[in-house]
Ligand binder design. Structure first.
Ligand code: ADP
Ligand code: MG
Length: 326
C-alpha cells in the first residue's frame, strides 16, 4: 500500500558528514513511477492550459551539478523545449566553455555561426548569435564560445550580466526564461555561469560522488546569494532501489534538503535522442523520461515541487514450505 511520508519542514541535514556510505532504510519511489500512474493522461490534459508563470521575468535559471555527466545539458534541452511548448519564450545559454554540446542535443550545431565571445568583441550583433529553433520559434540558443576554445581573459560573470540586461531590453521583448547550462566543476566557468542567475536547478544522480559535489555546489550557490535552489534526480532505476542497490529519491532529498523539481528515470531513449539531436520531449509517443522532464518544467513554471513517496516492498520470495502454509 502506498503511504505518504511527510518531509521535515526545514530539512537541511545535507553537509558532507551525512554522506556516509549508503545504507538504505526504506524502499522508496517517487510519484512518476507508480505502476498505474496516470502521467500520460495528466500530460495531455495539461496542454489545454498555459500554466501561470510565478515570479518576475526573465527568470534566470542556472542548471548545475558540480559533477560532470549527470544530465545538466539533457535537462537544459528538455526542460527548455518543454517551456517553449507551454508557450513561454526561452533563451538557453550553453555556458560550457570549450566543451559545449547543447547545440548537438538540440540538433542546432550547423546553425551556430557566432557566439557570445564574438558579440562581446564587437564582431557581430547579439541577434546574430542567437539561434532560433525551427520547431519552436520561441526557443533560442546562445553559445558562449566556440568548441575547444578557451575563455578569453577578462571574460567573466559581467558578460552574462550584460547579456541578461540586453535580452531584457531587446526589441522583440524580454524572454520569460533564460536557462544557463553550467559547466562541470566549481572553477571560473562555474562562477561565470552562476553570476547572473537568480535561481538554480541542481541535477544529481543517486550516487555518493554526485551527491558530494552537489552538496558543495549548494553551499557555493548560497554564498552567491542564490537561495531558490531546486533539485532534479536523474537516472533513477526503480529496480535497483527495490533491490537496495541504489539510493532512493527520499534518501537523496534528506541528504541535500532541497525541494524536488523532478525525478527522471534511466531511459535508453535519452541516449538515442542525444545521438539524434532530437530532444526527448519532442518524441511521439512520449517516453517516461520525456514526461518526467515535462512535469519538471511545469513545476518550474509554477514554483512547485513534488514529494517522494514510499512504495510497497517487493513480495519476499517464499520458500518451499510456504506451499504448505508454513
Ligand atoms: P552533463 O551535461 O551533466 O555533463 P549530459 O546531459 O551531457 O550530462 O549527459 C551525459 C550522458 O548521460 C549523455 O550521454 C546522456 O545521454 C546520458 N543521460 C542523461 N540522462 C539520462 C537518463 N535519464 N537516462 C539515460 N541516459 C541519460
Ligand atoms: Mg553538459
Amino acid at each position: 500500500m502506498l503511504t505518504l511520508k511527510p518531509l521535515p519542514a526545514n530539512t537541511k541535514p545535507s553537509l558532507l558528514s551525512s554522506l556516509t556510505p549508503f545504507r538504505p532504510k526504506t524502499q522508496t519511489l517517487t510519484k512518476p513511477f507508480k505502476p498505474h500512474s496516470n502521467l500520460a493522461i495528466q500530460s495531455v490534459l495539461q496542454w489545454n492550459r498555459k500554466p501561470e508563470l510565478a515570479g518576475q521575468t526573465p527568470r534566470v535559471v542556472v542548471i548545475t551539478s558540480g559533477k560532470g555527466g549527470v544530465g545538466k545539458t539533457t535537462t537544459t534541452a528538455n526542460v527548455g523545449l518543454s517551456l517553449a511548448r507551454l508557450g513561454f519564450s526561452v533563451v538557453s545559454i550553453d555556458a560550457d566553455v570549450g566543451l559545449r554540446n547543447l547545440d548537438l542535443l538540440l540538433g542546432l550545431e550547423n546553425r551556430v555561426n557566432y557566439t557570445l565571445v564574438e558579440v562581446m568583441n564587437g564582431d557581430c550583433r547579439l541577434d546574430q548569435a542567437l539561434v532560433r529553433d525551427k520547431r519552436w520559434s520561441n526557443f533560442e540558443l546562445l553559445c558562449i564560445s566556440k568548441p575547444r576554445s578557451k575563455l578569453p581573459l577578462g571574460f567573466g560573470g559581467k558578460a552574462l550580466v550584460w547579456l541578461v540586461e540586453s535580452l531584457k531590453s531587446r526589441q522583440e521583448g524580454c524572454p520569460d526564461f533564460i536557462l544557463i547550462d553550467c559547466p562541470a566543476g566549481i572553477d571560473a566557468g562555474f562562477i561565470t555561469a552562476i553570476t547572473s542567475a537568480n535561481e538554480a536547478v541542481l541535477v544529481t544522480t543517486p550516487d555518493i560522488t554526485s551527491l558530494r559535489d552537489a552538496d558543495r555546489v549548494v553551499g557555493l550557490l548560497e554564498c552567491d546569494g542564490i537561495r531558490d535552489i531546486k533539485m532534479i534526480v536523474n537516472r533513477v532505476r526503480t529496480d535497483m532501489i527495490k533491490g537496495e542497490d541504489m539510493m532512493s529519491v527520499l534518501d537523496v532529498q534528506e541528504m541535500l534538503g532541497l525541494a524536488l523539481l523532478g525525478v527522471i528515470p534511466e531511459d535508453t531513449e535519452v541516449i538515442r535522442s542525444t545521438n539524434r539531436g532530437y530532444p526527448l520531449v519532442l518524441n511521439k509517443p512520449p517516453t517516461l523520461a520525456g514526461l518526467a522532464f515535462e512535469q519538471a518544467a511545469w513545476r518550474l513554471v509554477e514554483q512547485d515541487s513534488m514529494k517522494a513517496v514510499m512504495v510497497e516492498e517487493e513480495p519476499k520470495k517464499r520458500g518451499f514450505f510456504s506451499f504448505f502454509g508454513v
